[in-house]
Design a protein around this ligand. Structure first.
Ligand code: ADE
Length: 246
């Protein structure tokens, strides 16, 4: 049984998405039936014999706009009763780990990839599609964004990652950046793995990693500390870091 939402991606370029979906963690999860991701070719819903899916914008402007008829038909064909529809767009709510956790408990998410200039506004009105952005920059189409959303959401489905504790440990899950990682060899060009990591003392290892996470977040993304889950010992260490800095 697949866990997490069924994910439908509507695109003019199914062939762009398929190799990525087949690879790595996501591909294995698909083959094992742990997740259900389907790609729909928007052109199959074009009503005319020329398979037209886009047109020039009324009022002028660059690029092409996805037309209402094929796009709404494709959305209506794949959307189930509880499907939540998103159009990938830089105008949308910006994806973060909190939104990913919200999406993983949906029954179905439908991701509509715009190309060129974007979509006819009435597609959003007619289907109630929300807009979803992956960051404050502009892509040439929604495909790369849809893959990001798919990967971010599906890796939260229980059983998709080998180790069930890894999503909790990831950067952002407790609201902090991840601590540094090390593997063999113990010394590389004179650079040593921190001794504690080799000690087998799990409590000490956790303490070191927590401090490293706090330090990195303090230095690089202090904005995250406002929403992070912090204990008294964390707060004490952060006060020390502030003291060191000032
Ligand atoms: N399409 C173009 N730019 C995008 C972005 N930043 N996020 C999602 N979809 C997009």
């Amino acid at each position: 049984m697949a866990g997490g939402p069924r994910i439908d991606i509507i695109t003019l370029f199914p062939e762009l998405l398929e190799p990525f979906l087949k690879g790595s963690v996501l591909g294995a999860a698909l083959r094992e039936g742990r997740v259900d991701v389907r790609v729909t070719d928007l052109r199959a819903y074009a009503p005319d014999r020329h398979r037209t899916v886009d047109d020039t914008p009324h009022g002028g402007g660059d690029g092409m706009v996805l037309k209402c008829e094929p796009t709404v038909a494709a959305i209506e064909a794949v959307r189930g009763p509880d499907g939540r529809v998103f159009a990938l767009s830089p105008r949308g709510r910006v994806l973060d780990q909190a939104l990913a956790r919200e999406l993983v408990s949906e029954r179905q998410i439908v991701l509509v990839c715009g190309r060129y200039a974007g979509l006819d506004e009435r597609i959003l009105e007619e289907t109630g599609a929300e807009e979803l952005s992956i960051g404050d920059y502009v892509l040439s189409g929604g495909e790369a964004a849809a893959l990001v959303v798919t990967e971010v959401v599906t890796r939260l489905v229980p059983g998709v990652l080998g180790n069930p504790t890894s999503p909790q440990r990831d950067s952002f899950s407790g609201g902090l950046l991840e601590h540094p990682l090390y593997t063999r060899p113990r010394v590389f060009r004179g650079r040593e793995v921190p001794e504690v990591l080799l000690s087998g003392n799990h409590a000490e290892i956790e303490r070191l990693r927590r401090k490293q996470s706090l330090r990195l977040t303090f230095e690089r993304r202090p904005d995250l500390l406002e929403r992070a889950e912090l204990c008294e010992e964390d707060r004490r260490f952060l006060r020390e870091l502030k003291h060191e800095r000032d």
